[in-house]
Write a protein that binds this ligand. Structure first.
Ligand SMILES: C[S@@+](CC[C@H](N)C(=O)[O-])C[C@H]1O[C@@H](n2cnc3c(N)ncnc32)[C@H](O)[C@@H]1O
Length: 276
C-alpha cells in the first residue's frame, strides 16, 4: 500500500473514534518507516509487515494511548528521552521554564548549582545540565520515574545526581543557587475530567496537586529558603490560572516575583529571588 492510501485509511479510523490529531498518523509512520516526515509522500510501497505494525500502533492511538508511550520515547528541547507510564510526557509548554532558567544561569558567568524537584523523565534537569554545565541535582518520590530519569541522563551524557525523596526530605543538607519545579498542579476534581490520553495513561502522582492544585507549591515554598544560597532563585511551572495564587504564596520569602507567559499567551512560569 502507498503512503497516501494508508494515511486516508488511518484518518478514517481516527475519525471513527473521534480523534482529530492526524499529525500522530505521520508520527507513527515516521517511527515505523524510519524516514523523516518530509520524505513520507515519497516512500514507495509499504510492505505488509510495516503496514501491520503501523495499524497496530494506530489501534493503540485510537484507544487513547499517546504516541510517545506507544514508542516509549519523545524529544524535549532537542534531547531524545525515554518515557513510559511511570513518567509524565514532557510538554512543549515546559520549554519556556527551561529557556528562562538557562538564560538566567548563563547570565551569571559562574558555575551554579540547580535542584529539580519532581524530575519525572529528567527532562528539565538534563536539559539544564547539558545547556549550562551547572552542578545538577534532582529528586522524585517515584523510584520508577527515577529509573527512567537516570537512564535518560546516561544516554544524553548529562551529569545529574538523582535522589529518591519526598520533596526535600532526603536532601536536608543540600543548598543550591536555583530550585526548579514543575510539580503536580491540577486540582483533584479536574484530574478526572482531563482527556483520556492523560488521565488513563499518565501517572496520577504527576498530575494531582490536591484540592486547589496548590499543595506542592505550598510545601516547596515553605522549605525552599533552607535550601537556597544567598540570592538564590525559585522557578516554578504553573497552570494557566495559578500565576496570582503562586505569586501570593511566594511573597513572604521571595522578592522580584515575576509571572511569565508561554508562547500560547498563558501564564506558565513564576520565579522569584530569595529575600536577603
Ligand atoms: C508534573 S510531573 C513533572 C515531571 C517533569 N519534571 C516534567 O516537567 O516533565 C511531577 C513529578 O513530581 C513527582 N512527585 C510527586 N510527588 C512528589 C513528592 N512528594 N516528592 C517528589 N516528587 C514528587 C511525580 O512523580 C512526577 O514525576
Amino acid at each position: 500500500m502507498r503512503y497516501l492510501e494508508l494515511r486516508e485509511k488511518l484518518i478514517a479510523m481516527f475519525e471513527a473514534n473521534g480523534i482529530d490529531e492526524f499529525a500522530d498518523i505521520d508520527w507513527i509512520m515516521v517511527e515505523i518507516l524510519d524516514v523523516t516526515r518530509s520524505m513520507l509522500p515519497f516512500y514507495g510501497d509499504i510492505n505488509g509487515e510495516k503496514e501491520h505494525k503501523i495499524m497496530e500502533a494506530a489501534k493503540k492511538r485510537v484507544n487513547h494511548v499517546p504516541v510517545a508511550y506507544i514508542f516509549g520515547k519523545t524529544n524535549f528541547y532537542g534531547y531524545d528521552l525515554k518515557v513510559n507510564e511511570n513518567v509524565l510526557i514532557p510538554r512543549l509548554d515546559t520549554e519556556v521554564l527551561v529557556e528562562k532558567l538557562i538564560e538566567d544561569i548563563k547570565s551569571r558567568n559562574e558555575k551554579v548549582s540547580v535542584l529539580d524537584i519532581g524530575t519525572g523523565s529528567g527532562a528539565i534537569i538534563i536539559t539544564i545540565q547539558k545547556e549550562t554545565n551547572a552542578k545538577c541535582f534532582a529528586v522524585d518520590i517515584s523510584s520508577a520515574a527515577l529509573k527512567v530519569a537516570t537512564e535518560n541522563a546516561k544516554t544524553n551524557r548529562a551529569e545529574v545526581e538523582f535522589v529518591k525523596s519526598d520533596l526535600f526530605e532526603k536532601i536536608s543538607d543540600l543548598k543550591v543557587d536555583f530550585i526548579v519545579s514543575n510539580p503536580p498542579y491540577i486540582e483533584t476534581e479536574v484530574v478526572k475530567t482531563l482527556d483520556k490520553e492523560v488521565v488513563s495513561n499518565e501517572p496520577n502522582l504527576a498530575l494531582d496537586g490536591g484540592e486547589d492544585g496548590l499543595d506542592f507549591y505550598r510545601r516547596i515554598i515553605k522549605d525552599a529558603k533552607h535550601h537556597l544560597n544567598k540570592n538564590g532563585k525559585l522557578y516554578f511551572e504553573i497552570g494557566y490560572n495559578q500565576g496570582e495564587s503562586v505569586s501570593a504564596l511566594m511573597k513572604d520569602d521571595f522578592e522580584m516575583i515575576e509571572v511569565i507567559k508561554d508562547y500560547g499567551g498563558n501564564d506558565r512560569v513564576v520565579r522569584g529571588v530569595l529575600k536577603g
